[in-house]
Design a protein around this ligand. Structure first.
Ligand code: ADP
Length: 493
């Protein structure tokens, strides 16, 4: 399939999805009918144009969310629940189209995009179940003279900011609990991948979500649009997934406006293979932890620490598996590795690899930028990576496994913790004591124990240190959108 043929066919396909702003239940142009292009990273061509919101458009979206908050808060939990449940069914029934749309704007292979559609849908189902399980309390004050009623109330209008790497799932993971809790929303998707978010918003409207509850603002001017919203005094909550740098800017803005935050930021995940590990399981886990989403995941294994005794075997087996992967546009049959999101990302990955090689790393496979269209980078395995290499202190965000060796368990935990991030760590061992000790000693929010994937809508996702604040998913996911309200009553006898 040539890029030209695909580009026409796919442009027509993308044109079947919303491309305007969703404000107060209507699809509207941005101020001045301004638009921005969305690229297909497998071809480098423009896939679609979407509305490019101005700060004034952002304020209109926020005004709609604020106006809808009062009635939405009073909408029965069962009604909120059933809207989410219908959206779950609708998302699943559109799996093919949503997956292709995501592949076209983001690059991931269709099989992975389908997996993400189902994963995103599960957040809607999970939070449809949580909407009717919000509870509070009733207690007697210690002096016996008062009764306290504690109500879990929606926090209020929320701004949700999502990244491009999991465009549908990150949207659903934030929108689901906000809706379940009774909050209204302004969603700002990443400019690289707005189409999946707009498609999800259309599905939620079809599922019966009232006008103004979910407003979507696509923009190339994120800072200019978001900052005035946070200053307005009307936003009660920011939930952000993205880079640590932008997260810190937003935390400062929210700090001065006293806005609650949930922050899912960067990672620098260690992947530790002990000499007693089952190497088949460890290599499978490495393929998942490294190659999910072409390595463009904050949970991606960034630093491999492999015990000296098994390092050669592990590296060879991982390199064989990596080299066998088919790199191709995501929509092609059998594609296993799609392009990176843009040329800047690919250049960064290439630069990190060159830096590691300059510092003495050996290329076992990959490391050559291919010629031709699209932002492809080959699956790459490096051994003997020096600890001071730039990639050990930076999120690689690409299909590159950087392997170092170790001999001592305490040393490896210390090395793993030697980073400002703490999202996830992966540990492979068959020794039960070691499994628990290392899991508890790692400074991370999540541990994959003999597992290369940790995310599940039913469990709390999030990090410690500079990887973030708060948790998404699980029983606690909805708490991020609730606040306790006390009703205190003196009781006289
Ligand atoms: P990445 O480098 O992976 O694109 P970013 O942190 O830059 O990660 O982007 C994550 C999300 O944050 C995107 O939706 C992006 O548009 C948004 N964003 C970037 N800068 C700002 C900002 N100053 N204020 C608000 N949102 C921002």
């Amino acid at each position: 399939m040539t890029a030209t043929v695909s580009s026409e066919r796919f442009t027509d396909f993308a044109a079947g999805f919303p491309r305007k702003l969703l404000i107060d239940g209507s699809w509207v142009d941005a101020e001045g009918a301004t638009t921005m292009p969305v690229d297909n990273p497998a071809t480098g061509e423009i896939l679609a144009s979407v509305a490019d919101a101005s700060p004034a458009d952002g304020q209109r979206a926020l005004a709609a969310a604020v106006a809808a908050q009062r009635s939405w808060r009073r909408t029965p939990p069962r009604v909120r629940s059933e809207i989410l449940r219908r959206a779950f069914d609708l998302v699943l029934s559109r799996e093919d189209d949503l997956a292709l749309l995501m592949t076209l704007e983001m690059g991931k292979p269709l099989a992975e995009a389908r997996g993400e559609v189902r994963y995103a849908a599960e957040f809607l189902r999970w939070f449809s179940e949580e909407a009717v399980r919000i509870d509070g309390g009733y207690m007697t004050a210690p002096d016996g003279a008062k009764r306290a009623l504690v109500l879990a109330a929606p926090v209020g209008p929320c701004v949700l900011i999502t990244p491009w790497n999991f465009p549908l799932a990150m949207g659903a993971r934030k929108i689901g609990p906000a809706i379940a809790a009774g909050c209204t929303i302004v969603l700002k998707p990443a400019p690289q991948t707005p189409l999946s978010s707009l498609a999800l918003a259309a599905i939620l409207a079809e599922a019966g979500l009232p006008a103004g509850v979910l407003n979507v603002v696509t923009t190339s001017r994120a800072g200019e649009v978001i900052e005035p919203m946070l200053r307005s005094g009307q936003v009660r909550k920011l939930s952000f997934t993205g880079s640590t740098n932008v997260g810190k800017i937003l935390l400062a803005q929210c700090g001065s406006a006293v806005i609650r935050t949930s922050m899912e930021l960067g990672g620098n995940a260690p992947f530790i293979v002990f000499d007693d590990a089952d190497l088949d399981i460890a290599v499978d886990g490495a393929m998942q932890a490294k190659m999910r989403n072409m390595g463009e995941a904050c949970t991606g294994a960034n630093r491999f620490y492999v015990h000296e005794r098994v390092a050669a075997d592990f590296s060879r087996r991982l390199a064989d598996r990596m080299a066998a992967l088919r790199v191709a546009p995501g929509w092609e049959d059998q594609a296993q590795v799609g392009p990176l999101i843009d040329v800047v990302s690919r250049d960064k990955v290439d630069r990190l690899v060159r830096d590691a090689v300059d510092r003495g790393a050996t290329v076992v496979t990959g490391a050559q930028v291919p010629s031709g269209a699209g932002y492809f980078y080959p699956p790459t395995v490096l051994t003997g990576v020096a600890a001071g290499s730039e990639m050990c202190g930076t999120e690689i965000f690409g299909p590159v496994a950087a392997i170092q060796t170790f001999t001592d368990a305490d040393d490896v935990v210390a090395m793993a913790n030697e980073t400002p991030w703490g999202l996830v760590g992966y540990v492979f061992t068959r020794d039960l004591d070691r499994a628990f000790n290392v899991s508890e000693d790692l400074e991370v929010g999540m541990v994959g124990l003999n597992a290369g994937i940790v995310s599940d809508p039913a469990t709390p996702f999030g990090g410690v240190k500079e990887s973030g604040l708060g948790r998404e998913g699980g029983r606690v996911g909805i708490d991020e959108f609730l606040e306790y309200k006390l009703i205190s009553m003196p009781i006289r006898r």
